[in-house]
Ligand binder design. Sequence first.
Ligand code: ADP
Length: 567
Amino acid sequence: MLRVDELFEPQELRHCIRDLVALSTLPAIWKDYNSRQIADSLAAALISMLNADVIYVSAPGLRDEAAVEVLRTSRALSALSSGPVERILRGAWLRSREQTFAIENPLGEGELQVAAVPMGFGGDAGIVAASLNPEFPSETHRLLLGIAASHATLAIQRWHAEAQQRRMASLVERSSEFVGVARLDGSVQYLNKAGCDLLGLSGIEEAQRLAIFDFIAPDQRARAHRELVPLVMETGRWLGELNFRHFRTGEDIPFLVEWFRIDDFRTGRPMNVATVSRDLRGQRELEENLRNLNESLEQRVSKRTSELADALEKLTLEANERERSDVRAQELQLELLHASRLSAAGQMAGALAHELNQPLTAFTNSVNAGRRMIANGTHRVEKVREVLDEASDQALRAGEIIRRLREFVTRGETEMRIEKLPDLIREASEFASAGTVAHGVRVRLSFDPRAEAVLGDRIQLQQVMLNLIRNAHEALAESERRELDVATSRLDDESIEIAVADLGSGLPDDILEHLFEPFHTTKSNGMGLGLSICRTIVEAHGGKLRYQPNRGGGSIFRVTLPVPLER
Ligand code: ADP
């Protein structure tokens, strides 16, 4: 320790006292300085006080602050770059950890005398002073350096603490939560701006005239007093809901309140009771809205559900009703159809005679021929059997016609099948040619491969073809050009056509009007039923039958029928 009696020179003593006074004023100057400003001002003061050539101050970075290093050099050294000096000094100080030592002058001749003092932060924080003066450092120098280091340590620590405090204070002040601190007697020490605003207080001065319990809604004060605050004092914390009172309107405001005890970290004794509380009105409102929304949603859903149930019931009733009327309509249709068939039955009786006429004639002819052959006794048995077989075929055909006609008159369905149109036409043509009055008729059959299939009753369709072809044959009897064309063709996606064209007598205009009506005939032995039956059958198959004069003379009868669906 330096003793005053060691300072022989009064001059030196004066200087020492002057420097000590100067150093003692520094903390007051540093009040608003940060670490760097403190280190700077310290280095500037020391370089003149110690008459040193280099002062190097290294202050630590605390929390998020960066570390600070400051170097000052005397005028003698300032011309040189400071970088290497700083590195050498710092390196030497860290290596030796000696308070005084000498190093080679990195800037020229001789040695640099170095004095180093650590700062109270630990690590490499400290002040290093160096001089070319071999007398450096004197005891006074070391004394001054020590005092400077402890002043700077305190000032830097205080600065960091204050900075931290300012940050915390602004956080609390700007928080939207109610933040307050009270003394142990309950009187308010601090209330942030949000706290004042939420409860209608003009500011901290007004708040400081109040106590904790003034903030609580009257009906909950007793509980807070007897139960909650003692609990905080005992356990250190309480969290729950309480109503605060608005000081202007008297309104109760719900808060989520957290109370906690603040203890003195040195003595461990309780110092304050503090709170961070949240206004719950927004949350309550949200909850209320959500509840309302849920309720109205539920109501809407149940209303909609019952509407849907009603609609469904109505629909079911309508569907049942429609089903009933459909059944009725179907019944009516069947009845109608039956009635129309019955009314046609009269026509059919005639038709029956007409249709049967042909096979029965053929039958009679065959039987007569057979009888003649037997009477002659010259024919072989095979030949006779052949003729009788033919008779039998015609009798069967007559029977088939009767059966189909009976089915048509009763409500039985016709036998609708996919039939091959060319086969059907060929057979009809062969029937027609047999026993025809006209001889030497050239019949041309031509079939469109796209009109092969037809959906229908084979016997009925053959009857149509048979009638048309036989009429054509009869019309050709007097004709010179005995030509008859039967052709099928595909009209479009939906229909096919069969055209029966002859170069016969054609039709006089007066008969055209009633051509398809029954009992209109120009023939002495005709019944005038063929075409009317044909049209009935074709229409029953969803088709049409019409007449067209043939350009080269004669007639064309065209039958159109629908194309059967793929399936
Ligand atoms: P029918 O042959 O018993 O007279 P249809 O109804 O078959 O009865 O024919 C009615 C009339 O239409 C016939 O009498 C005939 O005058 C006329 N007709 C039918 N087809 C032809 C045809 N291809 N050429 C000329 N006239 C025809």
